[in-house]
Design a protein around this ligand. Structure first.
Ligand code: PRP
Length: 221
């Protein structure tokens, strides 16, 4: 019984969940250098198709929201995924992360208004705004800082300007958004790049094919 299932599993395409946006733009050339031409995925994406079979490689590509990649992979709806360290750390799911792809580079930082620095030792009630509530919680815990976390879904840089928060925890790439809003970086929590993630069931079912994928990508990152 077990054997039959494994055979059937090996016959079906390996499913890869890729996040739309900048990571996808950087991932496609990387996969191509690794000998995996997924340009059909880019063309299909332009045509609004989100499930793309790449039969010649025995693959199927799913184009999903970046924050949804770990759920697809953890539940086995995709065997492999590409997700930023920010998303992976925030969700902290049960996944293998065999390879850092070195794309989608930015950093997770704490920032505050240039003209209103926070005194962490004062007894005032501090508020941190972020899309990354869990990363913020762990950061505050590690620092021994007591603060309220205000969960937002975007445009985080506005929060300190309008009195919603004292500080923010957010991604910084060029630094332009911080500059535009007169915010200064207080500290980097960790550098971010996109990683390959693999589900536990997929690692068992498709171990050889996933090892081959990782080896090909490792040669070009
Ligand atoms: C991200 C991030 C910052 C900005 C940083 O936002 O949250 O706001 O990019 O980039 P920069 O350092 O190059 O200016 P995104 O564009 O994803 O939009 P969001 O604010 O709605 O999350």
């Amino acid at each position: 019984m077990k054997r039959k299932r494994a055979t059937n599993g090996a016959a079906r395409p390996l499913t890869i969940a890729l996040p739309r946006g900048r990571i996808l733009d950087e991932a496609l050339p990387l996969f191509k250098r690794a000998g995996l031409d997924l340009s059909a995925a880019a063309a299909a994406r332009a045509g609004r198709r989100l499930v793309i079979p790449v039969d010649e490689l025995g693959l199927r590509v799913l184009i999903v929201r970046d924050t949804d990649v770990p759920a697809y992979v953890e539940h086995g709806a995709a065997d492999v995924g590409v997700a930023g360290r920010d998303v992976l750390e925030e969700q902290d799911r049960d996944l293998y992360e065999p390879l850092d792809l070195g794309i989608g580079r930015c950093r997770m930082v704490v920032a505050e208004p240039e003209g209103r620095p926070v005194d962490e030792n004062s007894q005032v009630h501090l508020r941190y705004a972020s899309k990354f509530a869990e990363i913020t919680r762990r950061h505050l815990q590690a620092r021994g800082t007591v603060a309220e976390i205000i969960m937002l879904y975007g445009s985080i840089e506005i929060a300190p300007l309008v009195g919603l928060a004292d500080r923010i925890v957010d991604l910084v790439s060029s630094g332009e958004t911080l500059r535009q809003h007169r915010l200064r970086e207080v500290e980097t929590i960790f550098p971010v790049s996109a990683r390959l993630c693999v589900g536990r069931a997929a690692a068992k079912l498709f171990g050889d094919r996933i090892d081959d994928l990782v080896a090909r990508l490792r040669r070009v990152v």
